[in-house]
Design a protein around this ligand. Sequence first.
Ligand code: FAD
Length: 360
Amino acid sequence: MDLRDTYDVVIVGSGPAGAGAARALTGSGLRVLLAERHELPRFKMCSGIVFPSGRKFIADNFGPVPDKVLCRPERVRGQRIYRSLDAPSIDVPFAVFDPEEGMEAEGLNTSRSELDYWLCSQSDAQLVGGHRFDDFEREGREYLVHLQHGDREVSVRTSFLVGADGTLSEVRRTAFPGFDDSISFLPNYEEFYLADIDLEPGWLHLFLDRSITGYFATVFHDEGTIQVVTGAHSQEPVREYFQAFRSHLEAKHGLVVKETLDSHGIGLTDMSAQKNYCLGSENLLLVGEAGGFLRGGEGITSSLASGKAAGEAILQSVASGKPAIEHFRELASEELRNCEMVHERLEAALGFNVFKRPLR
Ligand SMILES: Cc1cc2nc3c(=O)[nH]c(=O)nc-3n(C[C@H](O)[C@H](O)[C@H](O)COP(=O)(O)OP(=O)(O)OC[C@H]3O[C@@H](n4cnc5c(N)ncnc54)[C@H](O)[C@@H]3O)c2cc1C
């Protein structure tokens, strides 16, 4: 699909943050480009659980989730937490940590590829895969955005630029070159198995013992497969933790792997846990994990909500003539409070913040 030379808004990244921004701009008459580096629908490493507050957000802003987005088991009751390897588990239903009233008690189990593609398709933005953001230049009040498409560079001009490009945001790095020195990257690693295990489906099994993880490790049943994930501090060996976690699951939870289907690595940042957000400047806005929005381990809701705030801030900026960042700070403040509230509740329940655990 050919791109125009000029857009009103360019959104980089087709995750929930990009989808939330595109949806908020729908019907406004603004010309919006939603550019994703991978071909669509793209893979995203995630358990794919839409928490109750995310379910409400999607129902209110996008409508009913189509069946093809859902995985088995469709409902997720909450987190079953194992504080240490020997202690009995504690069940924490999702609703306990959700900041809004009147929501469903259970989360939804979704395929992130299908969910994100569907969310992005519910807008009138021009959605293109295979276009990687490289960098941008300022030209007066506009941004000249350089995208890589195969071996070709494509440049488009825009009045507003939204970085919705996740943890390792290139938009953030280009706009705020020193900022990433102030944050910690928390790498994680996952394997998907055809396997037997004696952990109950329909729960996110969350392990906190420091011998198997730098912050938390999880087991989740997804579409007949078992997803096993652990995380580390950037200075720590995530694969060693993973081997220790897998050995523990084999010894204590009857894990018998019949086939390893896939493996991936990615990471989170400590931006939200440290309240070290990077929201943007002038008419450049950072949303979702690019901006640091994360409710503990729940990122889908936070990304959708911050994306929506950015879309609304752009509409207000068009009307007021003021820089979008001024409106975004105000509109994103509710979601920042939600992030902080979830971190505080987790810390109160566990006695520590999982993202700020000291090095082993
Ligand atoms: C192992 C794991 C499990 C998780 N489980 C859950 C869960 O069950 N529920 C939950 O709510 N949250 C979960 N999270 C968190 C959640 O996945 C993230 O917080 C959420 O996806 C962030 O959304 P986003 O839109 O900010 O970024 P992303 O979903 O990461 O989307 C960013 C998009 O930008 C694209 N992109 C990146 N760079 C460029 C570029 N240069 N040019 C163009 N495009 C680019 C990427 O390809 C990607 O499609 C999990 C995270 C991890 C790591």
